[in-house]
Design a protein around this ligand. Sequence first.
Ligand code: GLN
Length: 197
Amino acid sequence: MSITVSIGVLSLQGSVEEHLRLLSACEGVQSFPVKSADALNRVDGLILPGGESTTMARLLRDFQLSAPLLGRIRQGLPVWGTCAGLILLAKQLVGEPSHLGVMDITVRRNAYGRQINSFSVTDSIPPVADHPLSLTFIRAPWIEEAGRGVQVLHTLRGKITAAREDRLLATTFHPELTADPAFHRYFTGIVRGSLPV
Ligand code: GLN
């Protein structure tokens, strides 16, 4: 039996409950919502959920969480951003200033345009799971460019949709809106340090 790890979900806005539900399906994981510096100090890993990135960035500042979060990420805290959460992590956003600016990716917001605001595809992501995964995109961004230290996990129509840079994980889609905990297990592996890059 492995040691229990604590994984928090930033709970200022967005799809928090859905992430907590899938984390509870992962073995050896204790999970809880995070909206204070105190709670942030207790996590071994953190999920930044989907939602609206500009609102979440503003709430991070209002709750005085930006600096403590940046501090912990710089010390090596594993963080997984889904959709809006990924936008918060990116070093570059096309046409607008970045937020946390910690992951070496260039991201275009709302990249798929109005006509396909939301869609799903099924595809294999071998580093993550040995079965096909359902990938749900909601007003999704795409990753336009990734730095040399970034491992591309998945692409769709030539655009990067999932990537990892050491302890940072980013998905433009929403694994928390499926019933499959494969991505949550994969992130737990990163938190445990059992998945070398
Ligand atoms: N379109 C949102 C943004 O730019 C992200 C959408 C999502 O998280 N589902 O912040």
